[in-house]
Design a protein. Structure first.
Length: 392
């Protein structure tokens, strides 16, 4: 792969709106990606393997629980810092950002928000340091966009719960130490349970043959009469709103992360277009290529402003789920379109692993699907503005 010469576009001087802390956090993540991700990621993606050696680095840049209070091992940062960290990591690879998103927003967040003090003390510091890795089990083979239909269930056996069912498409599952699993009780109410590796009847087979997010490990969570201690139930929120609340946090991070992937594609295409000579001049001098590049920087700038404003609203606890959906949908769609255009600017070279664009493009096919598909987020906006539910 080519050396990482990335220079971040900032067409509307967004840096002027960031605090010194935001810039320090962002620059540390950016440097780490250049040093520890860019040189290895193509190789791991080609081999469809998660680079486990990066876990310590992710913890060091604050990617595990950026906004979780420091007393629990988190970085205690604000929501804009969290977004900037996700942007920089996804600039390197969406699969690496997935690992961080799941750990922070889908495992640490529910334990912090819905767990007991004992659960927070037991799990959060180990998850923040990367000593333990987590996964989040919501999706099932027959329930993706409609998780409320899940069939995974648990029964109260007096001194423990008995968990049965299966989850599919679970990031980090093949190597997770703990899984936050959403299951129905005997009354059909959804609750979160913390399942630990080693519990009898719990297995995590890996899903192979992915053409997307290849450097991220994806798998199943299978529960066959798993005895879960009663102390592992997350007691402080139940119902579908509990997992959906975690998704709000992860979707917000993705809205920023997608900007990173788009910036990398744009920056690569711009550099290539200025260097590649055809018909006696750089292809960047041709109007058709300028149109592509000009539209890319326009869309990136709009996405940056959307994410920044959403970050301000999140910091003030005012961001609605529908606002988050709009940003996730818009920014991932923006990134996938930029990846496709950028790949064309590189001509044949664009399909090779010499450049990051094709990997980003394939990764973004997962990003536009998980955490609520492109369609589902449109329907969330539709419901919000009309008051009419088009889901069912
Ligand atoms: P609905 O009746 O609308 O809502 C049920 C209850 O949930 C509440 N609620 C929310 N609460 C918090 N945050 C949100 N975003 C919420 N959206 C809804 C709602 O108020 C209600 O509460 P209550 O108290 O009245 O019961 O539910 P529905 O069954 O009609 O479904 C709505 C729909 C389709 C929007 C929702 O289910 C959905 O978002 N589906 C998409 C599923 C999804 O995003 N799955 C993601 C799985 S995790 C993943 O992909 C991780 S990838 C990680 C990575 O690698 O980065
Ligand atoms: P479906 O729900 O079957 O949807 C198929 C198509 O139908 C989509 O185009 C969808 O938009 C459309 N559709 C569905 N319902 C409607 C409707 N009402 N109106 C209009 N169109 C509709 N899940 C987890 O729980 N944890 C994870 O860690 C996790 N990681 C993932 C990692 C990867 C790489 C991938 C690919 C997925 C991951 N997921 C995870 C699952 C992901 O959230 C689901 O794939 C996603 O929610 C969509 O569900 P589905 O694949 O079953 O598609």
């Amino acid at each position: 792969m080519k050396p990482d010469l990335f220079e971040a576009p900032d067409y509307y001087n967004l840096d002027d709106l960031l605090t010194e802390e935001h810039k320090l956090v962002r620059d540390a993540a950016r440097e780490w990606v250049k040093r520890d991700i860019s040189p290895i990621i193509e190789d791991y993606a080609q081999r469809a393997e998660f680079p486990k050696q990066i876990i310590n680095g992710l913890a060091e840049i604050g990617a595990f629980g950026p906004y979780i209070p420091e007393e629990y091992g988190g970085a205690g940062l604000d929501q804009i810092s969290y977004g900037l960290i996700m942007q920089e990591i996804e600039r390197g690879d969406s699969g690496v950002r997935s690992t961080a998103s799941v750990q922070s927003s889908l495992v640490m967040y529910p334990i912090w928000k819905y767990g007991t003090e004992e659960q927070r003390q037991k799990y959060l510091p180990k998850l923040a340091s990367g000593e333990w890795m987590g996964s989040f089990g919501l999706t099932e083979p027959d329930h993706g966009s409609n998780p409320g239909g899940m069939t995974t269930n648990y029964k109260d056996m007096g001194d423990h719960y008995l968990l049965n069912g299966a989850k599919l498409w679970i990031s980090n599952s093949p190597f997770c130490n703990v899984a936050v699993v959403w299951a129905k009780n005997e009354e059909g109410r959804i609750n979160g349970l913390i399942v630990e590796r080693g519990m009898e009847g719990f297995s995590t087979p890996e899903t192979h043959n992915k053409w997307s997010l290849r450097a991220s490990a994806t798998g199943e969570l299978i529960f066959q009469d798993v005895k879960v201690p009663k102390a592992n139930l997350l007691p402080n929120k139940s119902g579908l709103g509990a997992p959906l609340g975690c998704l709000d946090s992860a979707r917000y991070g993705i809205a920023w992360g997608a900007i990173g992937a788009a910036m990398d594609c744009y920056d690569t295409a711009l550099r290539y277009a200025k260097e590649r000579i055809q018909f006696g001049k750089p292809i960047a001098a041709f109007q058709l290529q300028q149109k592509k590049l000009a539209e890319m920087i326009t869309e990136i700038t709009k996405a940056q402003l959307l994410a920044f404003r959403l970050g301000q609203l999140k910091n003030e606890n005012k961001a609605t789920s529908a606002q988050i959906s709009m940003a996730k949908r818009n920014n991932v769609d923006m990134a996938i379109k930029i990846a496709r255009e950028a790949r064309q600017i590189l001509g044949g070279m664009g399909i090779t692993g010499e450049y990051s664009i094709m990997r980003h493009m394939m990764n973004l096919e997962s990003v536009i699907t998980y955490e609520g598909t492109h369609d589902i987020h449109l329907l969330i906006t539709g419901l919000d503005i009309t008051g009419l539910n088009a889901f069912k």
